[in-house]
Ligand binder design. Sequence first.
Ligand code: ATP
Ligand code: ATP
Ligand code: MG
Ligand code: MG
Ligand code: MG
Ligand code: MG
Length: 264
Amino acid sequence: MAKSKFEYVKTFEIEDRCLPGCWIVVRIDGKSFHRFSDVHHFVKPNDERALGLMSRAAQKVLEDFKDVVLAYGQSDEFSFVFKKDTSVYNRRNSKIVTNVVSLFTSAFVLYWPRFFSTQDLQYPPSFDGRVVLYPNDEILRDYLSWRQADCHINNLYNTVFWKLVQDKGLTPAQSQQRLKGTLSSDKNEILYSEFDINYNTLPELYRKGTVLIRNKETDGSNEARSKSSFSNSHKSNLFSPRISVLHVDIIGESFWREHPEILN
Ligand code: ATP
Ligand code: ATP
Ligand code: MG
Ligand code: MG
Ligand code: MG
Ligand code: MG
């Protein structure tokens, strides 16, 4: 086809290829989910419907983007790790992030009614997205550890905060005041002495977040999936048998020793 005289405008586009040899991480995060969770009456601090829906939308990303080797999610966020030598979209940053975040968002909307059967979606949710490049395995692992530590810190805080509000009748402001300046050990102690809760026995889904990895080819079964809180529910058939949904520690060595293929 002959080129038009307007064709030159294409040269204004900026090259945004991700550096070769680096891990490409796409992190998406819900826009104003503090408000979104109020409007849709999320159970506080952990609405399992919402966590299940986030996981399902993330699985859709793994189904379509075969170079994603692992995804980690908590709250209203998910991180997708692309293998370091991926050539998806020629490693073009904006192509990768926009396609991931829009697929995730449309899947979140598509699957909404399967998770929120008695709660209509009130307005179109949106997510932001960014690409971060990590130059080696150690820093990639530190990135994932950072997100999982964040999950734990927030969950411990939110668990105590909502207990004080829901069970002790404190206002949110009073609860916040009560927790100001407390250490982790103080929060654990409040849970134990005032609510008879041992934090370490709360569901791993809340404490560890959600890890998605591909089942090994030879595996064939969906054995690994049984570790997921979601697969125990009637929702289990909503999840793909080729992807394991885990709620496990990824900060220590044992996960990585068990799954050496992920970093290869
Ligand atoms: P921003 O647009 O800057 O991301 P935000 O309101 O989404 O603003 P975040 O820091 O992303 O702020 O926090 C997300 C909020 O969404 C949490 O603080 C929590 O209130 C709510 N939320 C997300 N997932 C759940 C869930 N599964 N159950 C209960 N609340 C949730
Ligand atoms: P890519 O992912 O690279 O964008 P693509 O298949 O979307 O691939 P485009 O160059 O964006 O390729 O072209 C969009 C195609 O979608 C058109 O070629 C046409 O076949 C189809 N299409 C889009 N809008 C309409 C429409 N309103 N009516 C009929 N066909 C349409
Ligand atoms: Mg934010
Ligand atoms: Mg958010
Ligand atoms: Mg968030
Ligand atoms: Mg197109």
